[in-house]
Design a protein around this ligand. Sequence first.
Ligand SMILES: [Zn+2]
Length: 327
Amino acid sequence: MNVTFDREIAERPPGFQGPNLTPAGLDFVPRELAPGVHALMANLPPKDNSGVIAGTDAALVIDSGITPGIARKIQRLAAGLTPAPVRYLVNTTYHGDHTFGNAAFPADVTIVSHRANRDAMTDLGREKAMRAESMYGDDALLDEVTTWRGPDLVFDSSCEIDLGGQVVGLHWFGQGNGPGDTVVHVPSARAAWTGNFVAIGGIAMLLQGGPGPYLAAVRRMRDALPGLERIVPGHGPVGSAPVALAELITYLERLESEVAEAVRAGLTLEETYAACTDPFERGLPGSLLDGLAAYELPQEIARPRFLHAVRELHRLNVLVTYRVHTG
Ligand SMILES: [Zn+2]
């Protein structure tokens, strides 16, 4: 089924709690994956990760953070990691937690993203309202985010950016979490930044379409980047690319088949929540536990916090898939 919504669904499951993405307490721990290739890992997952890729001539930043203040922090870090000037900023999605910082980058930095992301960046008020569910009463968006700078340059299927001895590939594989999920492939590190498109542990957040088109897009990515070893997701730990892609495919296949079956059986949405397998019933998968072990955070805090967040996303995914099937 290829149903997509023309913008993010606003409905949420009863009592839904979005992941905590506030800028409060957010710092980045740089992790060098290859020479000049730095993951900027949020100290408090699942707050937004970022990245800096440096060549001899220029550097590229991946995602600008949820506020201008976070964007300035990312630029200070970039300046300490490479002497190359930041010339490019890639937005992996249009979502405000990845783009509200755009305005704090100098005007001569070229912002690049998929065309669908630029097209989605028209209504700042609505976007701030959608992300408010992840702000837990923090007023940073109200106070700090007053303009929404969009991409200067867009691509449709793929493009390359040459930073000088370091070529970065941008790819769009299809509808995923959003309409324009942009994958940043860094061949020198056999790594890809995947934004909200692929995370570790079979986690997804369906907001604009069902599992059908998402599955097709993930399979396209798997086939297009066969040598890929690592994923740096927009949220949560770094992990193995083959494992992450396989886990996501398994998750989406089961979600699709279970919700489709529930709809065929005439179940209500309430009944469908109960009828679907909770993939995290017995806790977090090993891939996520391994990833979380890399954080400074005490595991007795990190694990339950993350488990709660992913179970909430699963309820949301059941809801969206149900709506896709029932119209
Ligand atoms: Zn995000």
